[in-house]
Write a protein that binds this ligand. Sequence first.
Ligand code: ADP
Ligand code: GLC
Length: 517
Amino acid sequence: MSQPRVLLVTSEAVPLVKTGGLADVIGALGASLSSLNVDVTILMPGYPAALEQARNLKKISDLPGLPGGDAELMQGVMPDTGVKVLLVRSPLFSSRTANPYVDKNGKELDDNAVAFASLSHAAVRVCAGRTDYPVPHVVHANDWHAGLIAALMKVQGVTGVGTALTIHNLAFQGNFPLEHATEIGIPSDMITAEGMEFWGKMSYLKAGIAWSDRITTVSKTYAEEILGELGYGMQDILNRRKDVLSAIPNGVDLDTWNPSSDALIKRNFSLDNMSGKTVCKRELQRLFNLPLQPFTPVLALGSRITHQKMADVVLAALPQLLQEHPHFQVVIHGCGEPQYEEQFNQLAKDYPERVGVHIGYDEQRAHALHAGADILLHPTRFEPFGLTPIYSMLYGTIPVASCVGGLCDTVVDAGQGDDMVEGATGVLFKGEEASHLSDAVGRALALYARPTVWQTMQRNAMSCDFSWTSPAMAYIQLYASIAPVNARPFFLELLKELMKPKASKSMVTPSPLKMTA
Ligand code: ADP
Ligand code: GLC
């Protein structure tokens, strides 16, 4: 039986390029599908960082006449997992740096419309058999960057390849002026309200929603939210395509985020022996120039510092919280919108003994933060899935998070009363006012003051199963439903094999932590 072939199209993937959770997901999903015996290839732009880090790179095809000019298709493997990767080498991508979408002033790059159209065109060439790379059975587009694929396949009459689109964040839509349409190969009859027209522009994400065989998003609650109040103007088309919309919640890369083996943290620990967490806490306080106080709770914020992540609300809440509760410290690690970054720096100056801020983002500090903190602050106005609170839970750091999107599905709130809710892993709150966040922090600090309750929450959080195996199998099931008829048996056979009791037992690792429940 042949292996099922899947082309995973994305703009970012760890460890090549990352601006957020999408990169984590693609890197880990690719590795997980590959370990389950899917012949998976990641296709992404040939940014300089990607060309530098991918291994065994060689040119396999020319890609003449893509929008914006000629390009080349480079084949290699991911440096960490060995998963196959195709990179589109083009001048359109050759000067893009850490954040590949914006210039050094944070402004969207002018050629984004053409650049990401060329990514989709490259994917369609592979699907059409117009390169020297095997044609996939399914092409799986992720977010707006790859949104044009299904539309271009329709225009160009490419059949025999199933199309799936995953929405990781509906707020980013890839909406561009209509005058680019001819240049990117989109005919005017596709630019309608039922198609990809969106408020007088054309939307790459809407194109993916309109024409993909199947659409998924990354949590059950978000799948419901985007049909209504969090639809960002796409409610109508999403409701029209509701029958092909489903949720496949993400997993977490347990090789990277595992306190018992993490090479980036000061001391490893597990539920059996939490003493390493104390060492990690001291290290975190040291890294952020805070007094080394083992019994002072450390609250940490480790996300993009943006309006979405309620940076404004955190800034409004913290001064009063610091006055009201004289015994906690705060560490902030992240970057984002400059006005918030400045205000956080100012807060650190105002409270040097209590607030430590590092503007920027690096993996080592992110791991130190999840390992060393007691409480993770994760307020957010919307959250399709939310990897960050899960990372922290795996390290026994209890999240205080907004009750939106994926967070409602992954964090179990401790409840308001004296008796902690069974299985609680965090504190969830509703609302976007400073007082809503402050009340939730107050609740978390009260729980922290009850060591037995706190340890139970840590145990619950660290015991959760967030492995990629089930999500990857859900994707295989979805691929089976859209693969061309002659390839469907490859996916179904594989699923049958994976579901055999013996196979699933050895493959589903309930938790990376060796512990007694
Ligand atoms: P989102 O992708 O919306 O930020 P997630 O919580 O799902 O939310 O994923 C965030 C990922 O990005 C995590 O791996 C986190 O460590 C990382 N991250 C957080 N802040 C930054 C930042 N400023 N720059 C790059 N990556 C970041
Ligand atoms: C997006 C979402 C985030 C999700 C990630 C991976 O960045 O904002 O919630 O976890 O994609 O799917």
